[in-house]
Design a protein around this ligand. Sequence first.
Ligand SMILES: *[C@@H]1O[C@H](CO)[C@@H](O)[C@H](O)[C@H]1NC(C)=O
Ligand SMILES: *[C@@H]1O[C@H](CO)[C@@H](O)[C@H](O)[C@H]1NC(C)=O
Ligand SMILES: *[C@@H]1O[C@H](CO)[C@@H](O)[C@H](O)[C@H]1NC(C)=O
Ligand SMILES: *[C@@H]1O[C@H](CO)[C@@H](O)[C@H](O)[C@H]1NC(C)=O
Ligand SMILES: *[C@@H]1O[C@H](CO)[C@@H](O)[C@H](O)[C@H]1NC(C)=O
Ligand SMILES: *[C@@H]1O[C@H](CO)[C@@H](O)[C@H](O)[C@H]1NC(C)=O
Ligand SMILES: *[C@@H]1O[C@H](CO)[C@@H](O)[C@H](O)[C@H]1NC(C)=O
Ligand SMILES: *[C@@H]1O[C@H](CO)[C@@H](O)[C@H](O)[C@H]1NC(C)=O
Length: 832
Amino acid sequence: MASSQLELGFLFFFFLIPNLRNSANAFTPADNYLIDCGSLSSTTIGARVFVADDGRAWTLNTPTDIVANISSPSSVASLASSSLYLNARVFTAPSSYTFPIKQQGRHFIRLYFFPFDNQQWKLTAAQFSVSTQDSMLLENFRPRADSATAFKEFSTNIGHDSLILSFLPGTNSTAFVSALEVVSVPDNLILNTAQIVNTKAAYQGLSAQQLETVYRLNMGGPLIFPDNDTLARTWAQDGAFLVVSSLAQNVSYTGPINYAAGNSPEIAPQFVYATATELVNENVTVNARFNVTWMFKVESGFNFLVRMHFCDIVSQALNNLYFSSYINTWAAASVVDLSSLSSNALHTALFLDYVVQVPPGSNNLSVSIGPSNFNNGPADGILNGLEIMKISNSSSGFVVDSGSKSHIGVILGAVFGVLAVLIVAVVVFCLFRRRKKAKKQHSKAWIPFSINGGTSQSLASRGSNLTTATSGQNGNLGYRFSFIVLQEATNSFDENWVIGVGGFGKVYKGALRDETKVAVKRGNPKSQQGLNEFRTEIELLSRLRHRHLVSLIGYCDERNEMILVYEYMEEGTLKSHLYGSDLPNLNWVQRLEICIGSARGLHYLHTGSAKAIIHRDVKSANILLDENLMAKVADFGLSKTGPELDQTHVSTAVKGSFGYLDPEYFRRQQLTEKSDVYSFGVVLLEVLCARPVIDPTLPREMVNLAEWGMKWQKRGELDQIIDARIAGSIKPDSLRKFAETVEKCLADFGVERPTMGDVLWNLEYALQLQEAESPDSEVNSINRITELASRVQNMNNLATIPDAGAATASLNDLSDVSMSRVFSQLIKSEGR
Ligand SMILES: *[C@@H]1O[C@H](CO)[C@@H](O)[C@H](O)[C@H]1NC(C)=O
Ligand SMILES: *[C@@H]1O[C@H](CO)[C@@H](O)[C@H](O)[C@H]1NC(C)=O
Ligand SMILES: *[C@@H]1O[C@H](CO)[C@@H](O)[C@H](O)[C@H]1NC(C)=O
Ligand SMILES: *[C@@H]1O[C@H](CO)[C@@H](O)[C@H](O)[C@H]1NC(C)=O
Ligand SMILES: *[C@@H]1O[C@H](CO)[C@@H](O)[C@H](O)[C@H]1NC(C)=O
Ligand SMILES: *[C@@H]1O[C@H](CO)[C@@H](O)[C@H](O)[C@H]1NC(C)=O
Ligand SMILES: *[C@@H]1O[C@H](CO)[C@@H](O)[C@H](O)[C@H]1NC(C)=O
Ligand SMILES: *[C@@H]1O[C@H](CO)[C@@H](O)[C@H](O)[C@H]1NC(C)=O
């Protein structure tokens, strides 16, 4: 492994060190991304080149491609690294950079911000969050106008093949970044253990922690610029932090500095060790005993890693210098004996690590050195360098990962009428419906399969057709396809048969030997995340059967493949029927029926099993339509099982799609069913307005459909922006009910949003209002609604499970009635 090689390297270094001192071999980072964000050309800062923001070696996923230029470059001229601040990359919607990581392990992530205002953007008012896929870096961060530049450095252990750095604009705000760095550092830069000064116990597990550099100081010497540091760090001066500066003096040394065992210039450059702040010794003879103290403002309630750098550059001989160190008045070391720490060598660089717990309510962190009581020697003490790093508490970050994919999706959607990940065979559906009654036993359940294990469970499908797949134990049925069968079904995964591309892989149209049409989703075998989603999807779909959820027909895990086989949905995605294609227009009743069907599917997900299932990626591209335009919810790859009964949310990395993401989920990374309700609210708006949820080609205030729609709804004028093709035919009452429902779904806080069951009820109501024969049949309509309400209430969980009883039957009847009415109105020209 790379890290053990690294350690060996240091060991080797150690043996040679006494003579070699500073090896000229500079550290070469395996990953070294330096980007001048928003710039068209490279920018050179000292010896380092920040390349143009062209996404050549990384990918930028953003629904908008916005660059802001500073209007008066002279205003930054005096700042260090000023040329990095002339442009900024601006994000008006959740966006992310994805960096391929060559060498996993510790990296610096450095972010540069200079908030400026120009005619178009007011970056001084920006407020946003920045996160990796694992942890939050900055939450609701405001780079303020009065603090010229903001520079943030994080040190984080990356355990993936890529780093996803996501930016999330706050409400009514934008996010931006002026420059950024993602750079490898040696793994042993951060050791695993340190002493907790408050308790004297050991703090374990530092190497896995994410740290944020809060202070990095060169004591008693000049400011050190990145060019003089092999890891491009900046070391500030300490004078401003001294509580009583008259007690301290500068010392410096011009000879060579040695590095102690395991130490190297990567720990800190020799410039840091060559200077120190020392206790003034003018009064030593009069036996004045005092501490030199530095005081720092820090965020309360966090643990901090405090690293003290020492190098005895003041003694003429060994064993003369003994002192004490304190952090927040806790003794860190009652005797710092540099001679023995350095194995009896002067001018040797070393460091000591401590963790201090700063209690809530306190913002002070102080570091002191003072005389020790050891052997009553002269009162003296030094400190050469100091780093204070906040240990991140954040356990989860968010991921914005569907940007570039959604571009592909739009194109595909336009061409094929499908971005969807899944599609349905009518025949199969009808067959299932028919057989349900006759052969309940056989259509009943999809057992949870063991994915990688159990060839013993392998179901003989090789060379056999679908319906002869054999029965497993306990009378359950599962379909495990052989690879060859699927190869044949998809014409050897013919690229021309691709009907969709998703995060998981490609989706192919296919036909089994019995001519059943299927959608075959083939995962990218390299992606571990994909494997998890594969499992999730099989496990979930195995348990779930509902007429408004796309059915899984089977899977294939031969040859490390991850392939899912679904029913084929003839009419593709809801999205493709709304815009971006030349499919026939859907009328309002059809649209309502589709919304109602999807709401049923989601309601079943939320309530149909003991633990709620949260879809997490509700969008119009995941709602598929069969040949009768019946809606089915698809793509459970991101689904999570909901909270246990004693919790109210699932805490998790944020996943999902631009424009549909619940802002509260982003803020708190807490997942509830209400996140799906929010996304569904966006879908409802999309259905009403027939435009993309994020359209970067529109003026700023119109880009995000949810924001734009709510603006009009709050004024009571939502009718102004609805799809012109249906505007004339929507009855005002129906629209009002629908709009109210949308507004409730899009409430800022989950608790204010209705449940999916309520949404369903309201949509049914909107449909009834649309279909009410005449405006004066109000009473009649109310009666029908009351009747409807009680039926919806009864429906709940089991409604459409094949075995459900009488209540189900009546409900099915109800929905069949409305659906069949839709069908009869359909002009049968939908086939493609
Ligand atoms: C920013 O400046 C570059 C040239 O430096 C120019 O090409 C680009 O159009 C400018 N962008 C804006 C939004 O003004
Ligand atoms: C966002 O802006 C709208 C008007 O543009 C305002 O009504 C609303 O209060 C703002 N929300 C926040 C959180 O600032
Ligand atoms: C110590 O040195 C720094 C820079 O070399 C200087 O700015 C500071 O004033 C000096 N302090 C004292 C007490 O001489
Ligand atoms: C940094 O490097 C430059 C040139 O390499 C040198 O002149 C300067 O003295 C160095 N800075 C410090 C703090 O030593
Ligand atoms: C040194 O001691 C003398 C006498 O006690 C005192 O006047 C002077 O202020 C002291 N100097 C410092 C730097 O503390
Ligand atoms: C950070 O974590 C510690 C220990 O888990 C906890 O005591 C502390 O309250 C947390 N601080 C913040 C600001 O969340
Ligand atoms: C230095 O500070 C520590 C912690 O506040 C204190 O215990 C100690 O007595 C101080 N030493 C002197 C000489 O003032
Ligand atoms: C923090 O330090 C300041 C002075 O630097 C002091 O006034 C304040 O009382 C300290 N607060 C605590 C909680 O120790």
